[in-house]
Design a protein around this ligand. Structure first.
Ligand SMILES: Nc1ncnc2c1ncn2[C@@H]1O[C@H](COP(=O)(O)OP(=O)(O)OP(=O)(O)O)[C@@H](O)[C@H]1O
Ligand SMILES: O=C(O)C1=C[C@@H](O)[C@@H](O)[C@H](O)C1
Ligand SMILES: [Mg+2]
Length: 176
């Protein structure tokens, strides 16, 4: 089994879309951390934030990431994490511990914003465009510092997936 591939980036950068397609192309298992949390909690993320608070959500995010990386089963997982997951140093440490290959989708803020502005993502509801821009800049530093590879997701998602596959070091991914 190869090393887990983790897709990170700001909200709307395309982690879920690209991660799902990448896993399909590699015949790997796709796990979306947000969806995993919603399934195990039987509650939507906006409702978790509303009823339990962000701190509770962040704790769930950590435990879920740990469980996903600890028991990957027979397939190499492609894991799309949440936009805020890697801001927790304990989560960054898990990526190191499990030797994940980290792909950062550094999609431009304006593109991300257009994709998320009308959604019910809690941080989009709670923050102005300017505040989200500041959060984007702050997170960019962290994602860029942790990733193995950084690329945009501006064109067709299939093209982004092809770019990722060509960038992944074949020696670190046994299946390629
Ligand atoms: N390359 C692309 N071209 C056009 N639209 C895209 C592309 N990638 C993603 N999208 C669209 O942008 C929106 C956000 O994408 P997606 O949900 O994959 O982002 P995300 O990074 O997973 O967001 P979140 O952090 O909220 O989970 C979706 O409507 C998706 O269809
Ligand atoms: O950027 C964030 O902090 C978040 C992004 C989403 O993926 C969800 O994980 C949640 O809405 C928080
Ligand atoms: Mg997503």
């Amino acid at each position: 089994m190869g090393k887990p591939i983790v897709i990170c980036g700001f909200m709307g950068s395309g982690k879920t879309t690209v991660g799902r397609l990448l896993a399909k192309r590699l015949l790997d298992k796709f796990i979306d951390l947000d969806e995993e949390i919603e399934q195990t909690q039987k509650m939507s993320i906006p409702n978790i934030f509303k009823e339990k608070g962000e701190e509770y959500f962040r704790a769930l995010e950590h435990v879920t990431l740990q469980n996903v990386l600890r028991s990957p089963g027979p397939f190499t997982p492609v894991v799309a994490v949440g936009g805020g997951t890697l801001m927790d140093p304990d989560n960054a440490a898990l990526l190191k511990e499990y030797e994940c290959y980290v792909v950062y989708l550094s999609t431009d803020f304006d593109i991300c914003y257009e994709r998320i502005k009308s959604s019910n993502r809690p941080l989009v509801m709670q923050n102005t465009r300017e505040q989200l821009r500041a959060l984007y800049d702050q997170r960019h530093e962290v994602y860029a510092g942790l990733c193995n590879t950084q690329l945009y997701n501006h064109g067709a998602p299939e093209r982004t997936v092809t770019n990722i596959i060509s960038l992944i070091n074949p020696l670190s991914i046994q299946k390629l």
